[in-house]
Write a protein of this length. Structure first.
Length: 275
């Protein structure tokens, strides 16, 4: 059977029995082992995603290409969710059948498989990746939003609607009216049902009990390697941004591309965060 290479792979989760747990360590070894699936099954799952078909033009026989001319890159530069939306799934309301835990981190299955492989690869390089905050249900999103973005009263100086001059009291001080309360966020926080954590494809990493920083070795490792597993650092969270979040990473899906010299330029999808 001929298997074709595609320029863009839309990743679809495969239901494989009961929801498994991927645990850290096995008899002291620094490896992730799926209790029901095993690491070899995780690789098979990933290979299946990359070998999927789409309506894109054929680029030739997959088996005629050798590994040194194929490149794995993210599909999107933010959390990829279109495949979940197409299946009728809702943000923050994912069923257990599409969720999987990596240690204490609950993720959508495709994100979980790639996360477990990425953590394993980092461990080989002497880096410990610790995903701490992952899938958030709708209720968890609401609670987070209430804490980070409380309602506060607003103060509005009063002006004469005709002259535009400030309206003052008997002491000559401008009158301040209390306006309708508004949300003020102490941290960048998505409104409920809009968070990419609600798709199970966003992770906040920690390092030794605190949020990951731009200077941490784990962060630098992710910058160099995360894209190989479909994980990206969104533009808004970059370290040169005012509201930077070096700890926040998202699963952008995964696609397999031939080396650019083998494909016409108009067929190449720009990779995300590839250095």
């Amino acid at each position: 059977m001929t298997i074709t290479l595609i320029a863009l792979v839309v990743l679809a989760s495969t239901l494989i029995g009961p929801v498994p747990t991927i645990d850290v360590g096995n008899a002291g070894a620094d490896r992730f082992v799926a209790s029901e699936l095993g690491s070899e099954n995780a690789q098979e799952h990933l290979d299946g995603l990359l070998r999927g078909r789409s309506a894109m033009p054929e680029l030739g026989d997959f088996e005629t290409f050798t590994p040194d001319v194929l490149v794995r890159v993210p599909v999107s530069q933010e959390a990829y969710s279109w495949d979940l939306i197409d299946r009728g799934l809702k943000n923050g309301r994912l069923p257990a059948s599409v969720l999987m835990s990596v240690g204490s981190c609950l993720l959508e299955r495709d994100a979980a498989y790639t996360m477990s492989q990425m953590i394993e690869a980092a461990a080989i390089d002497g880096i410990k990746l610790s995903p701490a905050w992952c899938y958030r249900s709708l209720q968890q999103q609401r609670s987070t939003y209430e804490v980070n973005c409380p309602l506060v009263d607003t103060e509005e100086p009063l002006f004469d609607p005709v002259t535009g001059a400030p309206v003052v009291d008997e002491n000559g001080e401008q009158i301040i009216e209390i306006g309708p309360p508004q949300r003020e966020c102490s941290l960048p926080t998505a409104t409920p049902s809009r968070s990419n954590h609600g798709w199970g494809r966003a992770v906040d990493f920690e390092v030794r009990g605190r949020t990951m920083g731009c200077g941490d070795a784990a962060f630098r490792w992710l910058q160099q390697n995360a894209a190989d597993y479909g994980w990206i650092h969104p533009d808004w969270a970059q370290c040169n941004r005012p509201d930077r979040e070096p700890w926040h990473w998202e699963y952008g899906g995964l696609q397999l591309l031939p080396f650019p010299s083998l494909v016409a330029p108009e067929r190449i999808v720009p990779p995300a965060n590839i250095e």
